[in-house]
Design a protein. Structure first.
Length: 258
């Protein structure tokens, strides 16, 4: 056992621990930590002080096996002020997740800054919740959760922390730490009991308006199910300084197989 989600095997390969265990199946990794591992590798790829991550979209090609995970990052659109990076997570010779990240130039626009993103009360206003009462798995058990009052099925505001580190013996950037909790959005405002209906996300998209800080991560989340098997989980994501950006997840809503 270790108090980390991954152990590094080599420069690009990582061994998942039981803390990464997913909520839908016991032999899968949770997308939250797999996406965070990729975000950490994106942050470390050819770093440039004058560029910042504006958006990352992860496309999920299937179940993420609880097995050694290989991450590669390349620059597919180099530029002086705009770059596009691509990351792949491969398990057992199969690409499981592909992500693309836009890095944009930094400049001082504080004189024009303004936001219409909704704010939420801080974590001190929340009540401690046990997420394992709704969801199984090692990743869910690793969460520290505080829910703000006024929630209902399909609409909740929750603050999250995780006690394991992402990679054993290593400190990752604040962005990767934030991403460790982004995919959790689809599980904090459940519209239907996950024992009665399946609604996994097939992608995860994070848009940022500023660099995040470390600490609690807040998700102001709304879940919508359409009439033909489509769903959408939409969240405003916060740190303790306020809104950081948006998280969107496209869902496939379906009955459990007979």
């Amino acid at each position: 056992m270790t108090d980390a989600y991954y152990r590094r095997i080599d420069a690009n390969t990582f061994e998942p621990t039981l803390h990464t265990q997913g909520a839908w199946q016991g032999h899968e990794q949770h997308m939250a930590v797999a996406s965070a591992l990729m975000a950490a590798m994106i942050e470390q790829h050819e770093p440039r002080d004058n560029l910042q991550i504006a958006r990352i979209t992860w496309e999920i090609f299937g179940m993420i096996p609880l097995a050694p995970s290989h991450v590669e990052v390349t620059t597919i659109r180099p530029g002086r002020t705009i770059e596009l990076l691509e990351a792949t997570l491969t398990i057992e010779s199969r690409v499981i997740i592909r992500a693309r990240a836009w890095r944009l130039a930094m400049s001082d626009t504080s004189a024009y800054a303004g936001s219409e993103l909704p704010t939420m009360d801080g974590p001190e206003a929340g009540a401690v919740e046990d997420a394992t009462l709704t969801w199984p798995g090692g990743y869910i058990a690793s969460l520290i959760t505080r829910e703000l009052p006024g929630g209902r099925p399909g609409r909740r505001q929750v603050w999250l922390k995780t006690h394991p580190t992402l990679i054993e013996g290593e400190e990752v950037g604040a962005l990767a730490e934030l991403v460790t909790r982004c995919d959790t959005a689809n599980g904090i405002a459940v519209r239907i009991d996950p024992k009665k209906l399946m609604y996994p996300n097939v992608e995860l998209s994070l848009h940022l308006v500023r660099a995040p800080r470390r600490g609690w991560v807040g998700l102001d989340t709304a879940v919508t199910f359409g009439p033909t098997g489509l769903g959408l989980t939409s969240s405003t994501i916060h740190d303790e300084d306020g809104p950081v950006g948006r998280v969107e997840q496209a869902l496939t809503v379906r009955e459990f197989p007979a």
